[in-house]
Design a protein around this ligand. Structure first.
Ligand code: 5GP
Ligand code: ZN
Length: 114
């Protein structure tokens, strides 16, 4: 989508600190990190939110979690613990409507999230 910020990152039109990419998934550092490790993992394909995930996307979603686990190891939070968070819709605070998984770790998290 031409007016989507994260499609812009996928296309290289918007700068980002990329930490992983393959033919289906891109990961980059969050511009306003809320934890010592805060990485966003997104599909290259534009999917607006969790509510828009289709049956054809099932393998893609599985791959995103594999990338999350790989990055958690790389960034040293696999043992200490981490969250993989998706905000979906207004009440959850979703602000960018291109599906993204927040990989967050490196500090003690609280529960429930605010
Ligand atoms: P949401 O609130 O939709 O769950 O998460 C959007 C995230 O994208 C926020 O954590 C925000 O800091 C991050 N973000 C917004 N704009 C940019 C950007 O231009 N570059 C990067 N790297 N992150 C962004
Ligand atoms: Zn997009």
């Amino acid at each position: 989508m031409s007016d989507c910020l994260f499609c812009g990152i996928v296309d290289g039109k918007v700068k980002a600190n990329l930490v992983y990419q393959d033919d289906a998934v891109v990961a980059f550092k969050d511009v306003a990190p809320r934890a010592p490790v805060h990485i966003l993992i997104i599909p290259r394909k534009h999917v607006a939110s969790v509510s828009d995930i289709a049956a054809a996307d099932h393998a893609l979603i599985g791959e995103i979690f594999q990338v999350a686990a790989k990055l958690a190891h790389e960034y040293g939070i696999a043992e200490s613990g981490y969250r993989v968070v998706v905000n979906s819709g207004a009440d959850a605070g979703q602000s960018v409507f291109h599906l993204h998984y927040h990989l967050m770790g490196g500090r003690q998290m609280t529960w429930p999230p605010g």
